[in-house]
Design a protein around this ligand. Sequence first.
Ligand SMILES: Cc1cc2nc3c(=O)[nH]c(=O)nc-3n(C[C@H](O)[C@H](O)[C@H](O)COP(=O)(O)OP(=O)(O)OC[C@H]3O[C@@H](n4cnc5c(N)ncnc54)[C@H](O)[C@@H]3O)c2cc1C
Length: 552
Amino acid sequence: MAKPAILTVDDDPAVSQAITRDLRRQYGSEYQIVRATSGAEALGVVNEFALRERPIALIASDQRMPHMTGIEFLEQARVHAPEAKLVLLTAYADTAVAIKAINDLGLDYYLMKPWDPPEERLYPVLDDLLSDWRREHVEELGGVRVVGHRWSERSHEIKTFLARNHVPYRWLDLERDPEAQRLHDLAHGGDAELPLVFVPDGDTLHGPSLIDLADALGLSTRAEQPLYDLCIVGAGPAGLAAAVYAASEGLQTVVVEREAPGGQAGQSAAIENYLGFPKGLSGADLTQRAVAQARRFGAEMVLARDVQRLEARGPVRAVCLGGGAEIEARAMLVASGVSYRLLDAPGLAELTGRGVYYGATASEARQCRGDDVYIVGAANSAGQAALNLARFARRVVLLVRSDSLEKSMSRYLTQRVLAADNVEVRLQGEVVKGRGDEHLEAITIVDRSTGREEEVATEWLFVFIGASPRTDWLGADVARDPKGFVLTGHDVLTHPAADRWPLARSPYVLETSLPGVFAAGDVRLDSMKRVASAVGEGAMSVYLVHRYLTTI
Ligand SMILES: Cc1cc2nc3c(=O)[nH]c(=O)nc-3n(C[C@H](O)[C@H](O)[C@H](O)COP(=O)(O)OP(=O)(O)OC[C@H]3O[C@@H](n4cnc5c(N)ncnc54)[C@H](O)[C@@H]3O)c2cc1C
């Protein structure tokens, strides 16, 4: 497979040569470094790559060029290379223009010239951007190959698991790719055993369960110790933050996650309101950094395991995992967040995973290239998905039940959604039916203001209509409100749903009605439902766990 490219554009031959030399030295083994000396020439390169379906990972352009400025060039280049990371090389005087381009154009970074020494002023920035790009293109880079049918729910589940666990893989569609058929024949794959997963240096897996797949990939699926200081259920922002602080402070810590680290945040295309990241960062990026940090401090991860029950065994708290294993700890943190609410309309349940999706990963976004896509929802998650999918889809229609988008979506997102050329917002629009044989073929939308129904053809429906906690596994000892949100701190004593607290001392702020079991993040009653607050609560819970451990 051809290397992805890095394209540099600068009209000054000396500068152009210098940056090409620096890039070749650092990235030449993994990327093809291509250079152009004008915007027009560079646009020719971009078009050529698009025609040959070859990826451009990053474009670095000078701002001050004759005939076409760097920003004008990047704006046009983006049409044919929508996934490339965009960097502007600027002089100090152009800073304001560059900052504006972050919002208007989606510029990823601006670098001040000169960038000497590159080890300090060029490579760290490009390393970050390129590793983001690679993460977003795990499908095209990987040694793992998945062979199956495009509209199969199992294929979707496995691809999502690989993507969200940052395992590079290549998807081969049996209907479209001759290589897929060849591999299928070689592996004697019957229809019942699809998808096939080819793991380098490993066995071929026939329709594997997620835990078998995780095992084959060498992901950790079992706890190594009989007893921990702290067991954290859920590796979203709250759980990961708790893992970082607990492990860094010397607590023996294990995190159990049933899907993939990152939780809801891991599915966000761009988190723009997290402190310290003015350009925003993707959920995948935040997750990978957090997992690396937690591991570096010694926290253990147990992946692809569902916690199904909580038990109090004297001073020890235990969780029972699907498949029979259990983990004991002296304290427990419930950071299991919330899960997508399902859209209740005839025909949709049968087509889930086959055109109807809850949430959207980068891999689905790319598969919608050139198609019409419908999104249901009006909150920030729906807005982010609309902008992300609009990079690939021909047209994105955002269906909003109420008569205004502003009521539920942050202003910065609303403005961008309304400004996007290929995004249409349909207020008072509601999906009432889905139809399709093998996969979604059409949806019926009702206009709530007139009652008029319309069937539209589409293969893609993405649903973002809020979420609810699934906390039944906590059992009777941990009090929840009627919706399932966990009571903590003062609420354990005063909330109408609270009926027990066994100790003379008051519960700690994030402690549940079962002493030694804490809750943080979206799963907690009245939590703020933001990445920053989940991270804050996760970190804070560790301080409270320390206090609790001194009492037992
Ligand atoms: C698409 C999208 C975009 C968003 N964008 C933003 C944004 O831009 N800014 C912002 O501030 N917020 C954003 N949010 C909200 C933010 O992501 C959440 O508030 C945050 O992730 C909550 O973190 P958490 O750790 O409490 O829970 P979650 O992120 O929900 O993580 C919980 C984890 O627990 C796991 N789990 C659940 N039950 C079990 C079990 N029984 N056993 C094992 N594991 C279990 C889940 O698989 C999950 O990984 C967005 C949300 C979505 C869905």
